[in-house]
Design a protein. Structure first.
Length: 98
C-alpha cells in the first residue's frame, strides 16, 4: 500500500446513507444499524487504499460500483488523488412508483 487517497462524500451520498440508516432503525435492531456503519467505514478504508478495486461501469468508464453488502451498493468516481462517493442504494427497498 503506497498511498492512501482522500474519500469525499457528496450531499446525495450522505442523504442516501441517512435514508438507509433510518430504514434500518425502523425495520431492524441497533445491531444492524451499527453493522451498516461499520461496513461504510470498512468500505471507505478499502477504497481509500485500493480505489480501482471495484469494477468500472460499462456505460460510464469513470463510475465504479462497489457492493459493500448484498443489500447495499455504493457508486463512486476515482480521479487522480480523490475518491468521490456519488450515491448509495439499499437493494432491499423498492424504488418509488412514478
Amino acid at each position: 500500500m503506497d498511498k492512501s487517497y482522500r474519500v469525499k462524500w457528496t450531499e446525495r451520498s450522505l442523504s442516501n446513507a441517512l435514508e438507509i440508516k433510518t430504514y434500518l432503525k425502523r425495520k431492524f435492531s441497533k445491531k444492524e444499524v451499527s453493522r451498516f456503519e461499520d461496513l461504510l467505514k470498512q468500505f471507505e478504508n478499502t477504497v481509500s487504499n485500493f480505489p480501482t478495486l471495484y469494477p468500472e461501469s460499462q456505460n460510464q468508464k469513470s463510475l465504479r460500483r462497489a457492493i459493500v453488502h448484498r443489500n447495499t451498493t455504493v457508486y463512486y468516481i476515482f480521479e487522480s488523488d480523490e475518491v468521490t462517493v456519488i450515491a448509495m442504494k439499499d437493494n432491499r427497498q423498492r424504488e418509488p412508483s412514478k
